[in-house]
Structure formats: structure tokens, C-alpha cells
Design a protein around this ligand. Structure first.
Ligand code: WT7
Length: 657
């Protein structure tokens, strides 16, 4: 360890006991919100308060009703209002003379850069909207998007929004099989993908992989990005040719406030991903307000960077919609945080003068490992605000972020939310509230969060309970695509006597100051590096392998990724559980779901712990994986199974075969 890192370690150890970090006078002095009056105002009449925030958008027609809650849990916000997301993100800035403003400083993996202006985005978006229509896409049709972090992904999303075709973006790290499944579930009419994607100096032939599984869509648009050999079939269209052929103008479709803006598939407790549906008016209101006020944004001067991928909700809300609605300048980076070198983020922060940086705890922990020297090599003095999202941030990582990246002068906002919530729900407002490392903070204005027990009663402060949201909020999901029943069952059935209370799926406690400490998921959802995966989804991928009879997947605490996947696998047939089969299974899961779902560890298990009725007791497997005392084993059919598994796991895999 170098001396700098040791020095930092010592300083952080000293800070570990400090409970609160108050905004400095400087931060408070320039902040958009510097006291608690906004929270108080919103609490008086949340719907009316949100309606005032909705006025920050341009509406073609004003709404009649702010919140229609006649049919819970199917809520409608700003019913009767008409607007268009792409108009709000692009046209109005260009019309106001800000067309030359850079929307994205884009950086490619190999060092190339593109300055993407609002005017360019508007022209491209209009052409793309026309191109989609020329190939049969109509208002209401779903369009799949499977693209890497290139400016075209923004154009593709906004073109869909312009004509009211809900987009269904699939994260580039998912396999072609997953894309196909999601195109089927959402009945997508077209898919926008790419010839190839670059990852750490290599090129993945994306279009070839897409062809190999066959996509159930009428048209596949292909963005030319890497120039990798790319077979084009009859239903394939080059994106650039379609855009060149299209007219440069397409009026924004005036859409109902409740018109679906997008579907985003996310993992739940069963193997089938949930098609989370977001609509237009309420969603845009919440992301615009939160992006502006949580990051204390000044669109005239700030340079903002959210390091997520657009394929996740963080990218939808805080790379695309929020920043563009607010007309700000962002950074977009194509590559991985350690390519071409582990200091690339800080190099780009210095180069573009990034003032606001938003990333995930898992990335911060990786940076910690790489050493404090890397950020120290760059001038990060432009930074003034830092954000975190995706999982609870451990205080050590929080302090490192605050001290090493933020130089001890930038507030850190820890933002709690979910794909379902659309936008940030719990955090601190940086000029108005102290931060407490490890706690996300308090509900935002207009948001009603509670910690309840199994029966729906609030638990006393300091005690752990279930996180719940008691009142509808504008950015909330409206349903699960074509599955209203699952929507009601998953989110609004936990407490039958409170049919409007949303079940989050996280355990949390609230402290005496009203700060929320999120503990983690209470369902079969695993959070690997801030990415949500379902145990059932991974299990069903594993058992699809011919050598496997049965599998049970659990999460294990992991220093780098927060949680890691451990798979207990019972084999069928003759093959032995050895390193070769382990590698094969991992690859098999990568092909079915994506690399992020590969188990970190596979434990070959002659048998799995089951109840007498044959249910696998994952609770016991979690105990074993995390080295805890086993819980109650008396309901097991064969308690000896656990002894065997304990021995194997303790042997750290040495005798797994
Ligand atoms: C789950 C939602 C929100 C975009 C990224 C993930 C966990 C998220 C935090 C945070 C503690 C957090 C929760 C939540 N989570 N942010 N700041 N502190 N936990 O979206 O994939 O829908 O996952 O991520 O468990 O339920 P997602």
C-alpha cells in the first residue's frame, strides 16, 4: 500500500465515528433549497404541490384533475393534460435559443469525443421519428432498444417518445436471449440495435448475436457503430440510411399525460421479469423536479455526469429525461470505469469540468480498491456535489467518496428509489439537510414513506420494518405491462386493509430524526453491483443445463458487489461437478440472461434442504452461504443435508468437486 492510501485510511478511520455532515455555508448559500419550508409546504397538500411542480413542463393542454384516485391502485396523474416528452427535452430549449448548448460530451472507449448539442438531438430525433413511422411504427406500438452507451440511444428513446411509441430498452449487458424474451413479452413492433459494441478494447458482434436467436419484430434498425461485419437481412434497416432518407421535421405528438412513455423490465420474485410501465406527465414532473433539486442543479453552469447505463432506470431518469428536461450539459461515457485505465473517470471529470457526479456504491468500492492516488492525479476542483444510488452505501465508502473524490467540500446525496418509483424518493436535499453516512435520508417533499410491520402498523423509530409508500406519487409505475393482476398482487396486496399502500420490498428502519436506513430486500431479489436479479430467474437458467437436476440460488454478502450469487447445484447423470462444468454453467447463465447473472460460486450439492412438502428452504442456504448459525432446521425432511452443505461451504470450495 502506498503512503497516500495509508494516509487516507487513517483519516477515514477518524471520520468513521462522525454521524452527520452538515452543508457548509457556501453550499447552503447558493442552494435552490436551503431550509425545510418546501417539505412543509408539500406536506400540506402533496397533490397540489406536485401540480405546481408540473408547471415547469410545457403542456399543450392543461390537465383537469391533478390526481385521479377513484380506482386504486390504478392512479392517474394530470388526467386530461397533453404534452410530449421529446418536446420538453429538446424543442423548448432550442426554441429558447439554446440549441448550441452541449447536451452530452460523449467520450468513446478509444478516446474519441463528440459534442452532442440540443439542436443536433432535435434534428436527429425528428428524422428518427419519421424513419420509425416510415417502417410502420405507430403511436402505441412498443419499440425495443438494445444499444450501447452511444448518443444514438438518446435519439432512439426520444424519437419513440415523439410519436408516442413506448420504448423498451434492454441493458446492453443482457444476452440476446433476454432481449428476445423481452421483445416477445412486450409485443415489440421494431428493435433498434447496433452492429457491434465495444467493451474494454474488444468488439462484441451484437447484430450477429441478435440474428442468432431471431427477434420477433417486423423491423430491425441497425446503428453502425464499430463497423464490425454485420449481416443485413430483408427486415433489417441501417439507422443512418433511414434517418438520411427521412424528413428533418416531425411535430411532437400531443399525448395524454397518462400515455405510456416506456416499459422497463426488472426482476421480481419469479423467473419472469416484470414489465414496469411508466407514463408521461407525472413521471416527467418527478424526474425534472428531483434532478433539479436533489442535485441542486444550475443548468447554466453545471456539468453533470451520471455513470449508470441507459439500460437501467437510473439511465432513463437521470441520464436522459431529467437532465434533458432541465436543459443541462452532461457527460456520457461509452466504456467501463477501468478502461483504458482505472483513472479514466477522473480524467474525464477534469477534462470536462464535471461539477455533479452520480454513481453507485459498488463503483465507489472498486475505486477505493484501485487507490486514492488515481483521483488525486486529477484536478477535481470543479466538483461540488456527489450522488449515490443502487444499494445501501457503507459508511466507509461514503467517507472515501466524500473525502477523496469530493475533497471534503461536496455534499453527498444518497438517493433511494426503484425502477418502480420512476424517480428519487428518499434522500437529503443538499443545501437544507445534513447527510448521515449510510442513511439515504428523509422522504422528498410530496412523498409519504413509512416503515410498517407485517400487519401494516407503523413500527417505532429505531426498529426494523418493511418500507412502504402510503400515498401515490407522480412518477410511480402505473401497472405491469399486460399483467394488471401481478401489479396489484406484487405491490398492493401486502396489507389488505390498506389497499393504497405500496409494498416496496425493502427492509428499513427510521431513526429519531426521520432518516431512513435501508437494510436490503426482503424478497427473492438479489442486488449485484446495484443490478437487480431474481433468484428464480438464475435458477431456471441453471436447471436448463442438461447436466443439472436442481438448483437453488441465494445471495451472499460481497465486499465489492454488495451481494454475490451463490448457486447450490445438484447434478443429474454422469458428469462430475468440477471446474470445467462450473465454467460451463457460468457461461450457460451468461448466454441465457447475461454476464451479470453468473454465479460467483457454485456449490455441488448431493441434495438440497427441503421441507417435507418438498419446498427448498433458501433461508437455510443463505445462512450457510454467509457462515451464520443455522436457523430452525426441524421442518427439514433430512436435516443431515445441512451438515454436508456446511462442511462444503466452509471448505471454501476446495473439495466442491
Ligand atoms: C432496489 C431497487 C434506483 C435505481 C437503481 C436500482 C436498492 C436503490 C438504494 C439506496 C439503499 C437502495 C433497494 C431498492 N436501492 N437505491 N440509495 N440505498 N438501497 O433500481 O434495480 O429497481 O432496485 O435497489 O433495495 O428496492 P432497481
Amino acid at each position: 500500500m502506498t503512503s497516500t492510501t495509508t494516509g487516507v485510511e487513517r483519516e477515514l478511520d477518524e471520520l468513521l465515528g462522525r454521524e452527520r455532515f452538515a452543508p457548509s455555508e457556501g453550499v447552503r448559500g447558493r442552494a435552490l433549497i436551503a431550509d425545510g419550508t418546501v417539505h412543509a409546504e408539500a406536506a400540506q397538500d402533496p397533490a397540489a404541490w406536485w401540480a405546481r411542480q408540473a408547471e415547469a413542463l410545457d403542456w399543450f393542454e392543461r390537465w383537469d384533475t391533478v390526481l385521479d384516485d377513484a380506482n386504486p391502485p390504478f392512479y392517474r396523474w394530470f388526467a386530461g393534460g397533453k404534452l410530449n416528452a421529446s418536446y420538453n427535452c429538446l424543442d423548448r430549449h432550442v426554441e429558447a435559443g439554446r440549441g448550441d448548448r452541449v447536451a452530452f460530451h460523449w467520450h468513446g472507449e478509444e478516446g474519441e469525443t463528440r459534442a452532442i448539442t440540443y439542436a443536433w438531438l432535435l434534428e436527429q430525433t425528428q428524422r428518427a421519428a419519421n424513419a420509425l413511422e416510415a417502417h410502420g411504427v405507430r403511436t402505441g406500438d412498443v419499440v425495443g432498444i438494445f444499444l450501447p452507451m452511444i448518443p444514438e440511444v438518446v435519439v432512439a428513446m426520444l424519437a419513440c417518445a415523439r410519436i408516442g411509441a413506448p420504448h423498451n430498452v434492454v441493458f446492453g449487458g443482457f444476452s440476446a436471449e433476454s432481449v428476445k424474451e423481452r421483445m416477445e413479452f412486450s409485443e415489440a413492433k421494431a428493435l433498434i440495435t447496433v452492429d457491434g459494441a465495444r467493451r474494454k478494447g474488444k468488439t462484441a458482434a451484437v447484430k450477429r448475436a441478435v440474428d442468432a436467436v431471431g427477434m420477433p419484430v417486423q423491423t430491425t434498425f441497425v446503428v453502425r457503430h464499430t463497423g464490425v461485419d454485420c449481416p443485413m437481412g430483408e427486415r433489417d434497416v441501417w439507422w443512418h440510411e433511414a434517418l438520411e432518407a427521412a424528413a428533418p421535421e416531425r411535430a411532437p405528438e400531443p399525448l395524454d399525460a397518462e400515455h405510456p412513455l416506456y416499459i422497463l423490465y426488472s426482476s421480481g420474485s419469479t423467473a419472469k421479469p416484470k414489465g414496469i410501465l411508466h407514463t408521461t406527465g407525472g413521471y416527467l414532473t418527478q424526474v425534472a423536479w428531483t434532478h433539479r433539486h436533489v442535485f441542486d442543479l444550475d443548468p447554466e453552469t453545471d456539468v453533470y455526469w451520471c455513470s449508470a447505463d441507459v439500460g437501467w432506470v437510473t439511465g432513463h431518469s437521470y441520464i436522459v429525461y431529467g437532465p434533458l428536461l432541465n436543459g443541462c450539459t452532461s457527460v456520457m461515457y461509452e466504456g467501463a470505469p477501468d478502461y483504458p485505465h482505472k483513472g479514466i473517470w477522473w480524467e474525464l471529470c477534469e477534462r470536462d469540468g464535471v461539477t455533479i457526479f452520480y454513481t453507485a456504491p459498488t463503483a465507489i468500492r472498486a475505486c477505493m480498491k484501485w487507490g486514492a492516488e488515481l483521483p488525486a492525479r486529477h484536478d477535481l476542483s470543479a466538483l461540488r456535489l456527489l450522488g449515490s444510488v443502487g444499494e445501501p452505501i457503507n459508511p466507509k465508502a461514503w467517507l472515501w467518496y466524500w473525502k477523496v473524490v469530493g475533497g471534503g467540500r461536496c455534499p453527498v446525496v444518497d438517493t433511494w428509489w426503484q425502477t418502480e418509483t420512476g424517480g428519487i424518493m428518499v434522500t437529503t436535499l443538499p443545501g437544507a439537510q445534513d447527510a448521515k453516512p449510510g442513511s439515504a435520508g428523509t422522504p422528498l417533499p410530496g412523498i409519504d414513506v413509512a416503515v410498517l410491520d407485517e400487519d401494516g402498523a407503523p413500527v417505532p423509530d429505531g426498529r426494523q420494518g418493511l418500507l412502504a409508500i402510503r400515498r401515490p406519487w407522480p412518477g410511480m409505475l402505473r401497472t405491469l405491462f399486460k399483467d394488471e393482476q401481478r401489479y396489484v398482487e406484487t405491490y398492493f396486496s401486502k396489507w389488505p386493509d390498506q389497499p393504497g399502500t405500496y409494498f416496496v420490498g425493502d427492509a428499513a428502519r427510521r431513526d429519531a430524526d426521520g432518516y431512513h436506513w435501508v437494510i436490503g430486500r426482503v424478497d427473492d431479489v438479489i442486488n449485484v453491483s446495484g443490478h437487480r436479479l431474481s433468484t428464480a430467474e438464475v435458477e431456471s437458467a441453471i436447471v436448463a443445463h442438461a447436466a443439472v437436476a436442481e438448483a437453488a440460488v441465494v445471495a451472499q454478502h460481497d465486499e465489492d458487489t454488495g451481494q454475490a450469487i451463490v448457486a447450490f447445484v445438484t447434478l443429474a447423470g454422469e458428469r462430475a461437478g468440477d471446474a470445467a462444468l462450473e465454467a460451463e454453467l457460468r457461461e450457460h447463465v451468461a448466454a441465457r440472461i447475461g454476464k451479470l447473472a453468473r454465479p460467483k460460486r457454485i456449490v455441488w450439492s448431493a441434495d438440497l434442504p427441503k421441507t417435507r412438502s418438498g419446498k427448498i428452504m433458501r433461508r437455510l442456504l443463505r445462512d450457510v452461504a454467509e457462515g451464520r448459525e443455522l436457523g430452525d432446521v426441524t421442518t427439514l425432511r433430512d436435516p443431515a443435508v445441512m451438515e454436508e452443505l456446511k462442511r462444503k461451504v466452509a471448505a471454501r470450495g476446495d473439495d466442491d468437486a
